[in-house]
Design a binder for this molecule. Structure first.
Ligand SMILES: [Fe+2]
Length: 360
């Protein structure tokens, strides 16, 4: 467990390149409809947690170490009916009907201006969609990438620690997201901690309908907020394998299915629909070139050496591992050395979710 000064040091690192910028009237109604149509017609979309963990057992095992002695996490605690799908990835649009929205000149302009940079390219675009839904997320960072060590081919835990350490800023891939919400809920906003998670939170005020922000979510602790009537936030029959899709023949009808059976229905106006677009940004041609030719890449050896040195310089003991990528004791020790302990404060109208509050 870190002391207050050590936690404050980590919190101060977590500040984005610029404060989040608010946008409004982001998509036209016709563009919004096209984005929804892909969700409606092109798939059965899995729960977000089902995309990060292979099974319910793996999910529980991952979180178990983070809970106090005697507190037994169950799948039920993590199960919220939020679904996700990708519109584009690796700078490639997956659905031609929205390619103008992925290769979006206006968004590229926002990304460049946010960083004061010369160049940008779209990287990824996804949606999160749900009806009434609780939210147990205490606040998180999106996983960053670095020249030579990218999230696509390196363990998430390592990229995440590298980001939180603040030691590899010169190598971090500059990114900007344009995040847009479509939600009529009068009390469901977006919380973020612009001066670090141990400082005051800020909030994008609800209702957030066709409004959003330009941000650097890899260095800004943030979370969505719960929405909809509490009694509908957890449909009966929701499971790890539940999917979300459109109701056939009704463009504004939506269903949640478990094992092929419909367990919940929503109308478009009940949804909280989030469109996340992200770009990689290059300050100037020299930076673009370093990314192209790999002439200034980090190596794993250098990263581990830097981390170990930093941990020890902060007065925390850590053993030199023989297999740093796989040594569970080492990974755990690094994780605790860069664990600021969760945000200190939440907005009065959007308190911390139940599960984590119970476990704290
Ligand atoms: Fe996020």
């Amino acid at each position: 467990m870190l002391n207050d000064a050590q936690r404050r040091h980590l919190s101060d690192i977590l500040q984005p390149a610029s404060p989040p910028r608010e946008l409004s009237d982001i998509f036209t109604p016709e563009q919004h409809r096209r984005l929804l149509d892909v969700v409606h017609d092109q798939g059965e979309w899995k729960l977000i947690i089902a995309q990060h963990f292979a099974s319910a057992e793996e999910l529980i095992a991952t979180f178990a170490g983070g809970f106090p002695e005697g507190f037994e996490p169950t799948l039920d605690m993590f199960l919220t009916p939020t679904f996700r799908g990708f519109y584009g990835n690796y700078s490639t649009c997956l659905y031609p009907e929205i390619s103008d929205l992925f290769y979006n000149q206006t968004f590229l302009g926002h990304a460049k201006s946010y960083w004061g940079a010369e160049y940008a390219k779209p990287q990824m675009m996804l949606f999160n969609v749900n009806g009434p839904c609780g939210n147990n997320d205490p606040g998180h960072l999106d996983t960053p990438s670095f020249r030579g060590i990218r999230y696509e081919n390196s363990p998430t835990w390592l990229c995440s620690i590298m980001g939180r350490s603040g030691l590899f800023q010169d190598y971090m891939i500059k990114m900007a997201q344009v995040i847009t919400w479509f939600s009529h809920d009068p009390a469901s906003g977006f919380t973020y901690w612009p001066k670090g998670p141990l400082s005051q939170p800020a909030r994008l005020q609800s209702p957030i309908y066709n409004r959003g922000i330009v941000v650097q979510n890899e260095m800004l602790v943030h979370r969505g907020e719960a929405n909809g009537p509490i009694e509908r936030q957890r449909p009966a029959g929701l499971g790890f394998d539940s999917v979300f899709t459109g109701e056939k023949g009704d463009p504004d009808g939506w269903v949640v299915k478990t094992g092929g059976e419909v367990i919940e229905r929503y109308r478009t106006e009940d949804l909280r629909f989030l469109v996340h677009w992200s770009a990689e940004v290059f300050e100037d041609y020299a930076e673009l070139k370093k990314n192209m030719d790999g002439s200034d890449n980090l190596t794993y050896d250098r990263v581990f050496e830097t981390l170990i040195k930093d941990v020890r310089s902060r007065g925390i003991a850590i053993d030199t591992p023989t297999d740093p990528m796989r040594d569970p004791a080492f990974i755990k020790a690094l994780n605790s050395a860069y664990d600021y302990g969760g945000p200190a404060e939440y907005p009065v109208d959007a308190p911390r979710g139940e599960v984590y509050a119970a476990a704290a």
